[in-house]
Design a protein. Structure first.
Length: 230
């Protein structure tokens, strides 16, 4: 019971995933992204192993459709329970929805993005997410574009149960994610994710600078902090 979108920024090469669900810790099980490689959303009766395998395959040079096919084969007899959305380093996309995924489980693909949704309110949800991503400015940060798509999916109906979790993950040039935000057991998780992203974005690059060159990194003044964090 999840709606998701994987996307790529043509300007920076960043890749990422945004998603929401009534299931707790959805982002830890379903959102996968690796800098310079691609992103995978592993959905519906989730097998997180498929996300890690998908990134490994794309790192070996597999494109999105070939990766999707390999993941379906790896799932074997469990494939009918699985749903996948894959994007590769070039922006190629591929999706899969198993025959045993719940009612109103659908996917949509667009330029440099793909949406996978299952047990959602209607079949407009994945298309609304792709459209929101496609119509957002390519100059806008990828995390913001992914979040706009997530908000569009919610506005189109979201899932059939109350959303309780949401996540946003973006990989840039480092081995760790540039953005890795998660909300769990919240009455309005997508709105809370927006609040966290708004607070994190101004400090995002400072955390990268602190890791790469701590001598030159400025201190970070956190909202409400009594002193600057060094």
């Amino acid at each position: 019971m999840t709606f998701s979108l994987v996307g790529r920024c043509t300007r920076t090469g960043m890749v990422g995933v945004a998603l929401s669900s009534s299931a707790v810790v959805v982002a830890s099980r379903c959102a996968w992204a690796r800098a310079g490689i691609g992103a995978v959303a592993t959905l519906h009766i989730t097998d997180p192993r498929l996300g890690a395998l998908g990134l490994d395959l794309m790192e070996q040079g597999y494109d999105a459709p070939t990766t999707r096919d390999a993941l379906v084969a790896a799932a074997g007899a469990d494939a009918p329970w699985r749903q996948l959305a894959v994007i590769d380093r070039s922006g190629g996309t591929a999706c899969f929805t198993g025959a045993r995924c719940g009612t109103v489980s659908d996917t949509a693909e667009g330029g440099n993005c793909a949406s996978g949704c299952n047990v959602v309110a209607n079949d407009r949800v994945p298309r609304a997410m792709v459209e929101a991503f496609a119509t957002s400015s390519p100059d806008t940060h990828l995390a913001e574009r992914l979040l706009l798509a997530l908000e569009a999916g919610l506005a189109a109906g979201g899932e059939i149960m109350e959303e309780r979790a949401a996540g946003l993950k973006v990989a840039d040039r480092q081995v760790w994610p540039l953005v890795d935000l998660r909300v769990d057991w919240h009455e309005r998780p997508v709105a809370e994710l927006r609040r966290i992203w708004t607070g994190y974005q101004p400090h995002m690059l400072s955390y990268v600078a602190r890791a790469l060159d701590p001598d030159s990194a400025p201190p970070i003044a956190l909202p409400g902090a009594k002193r600057k964090v060094s």
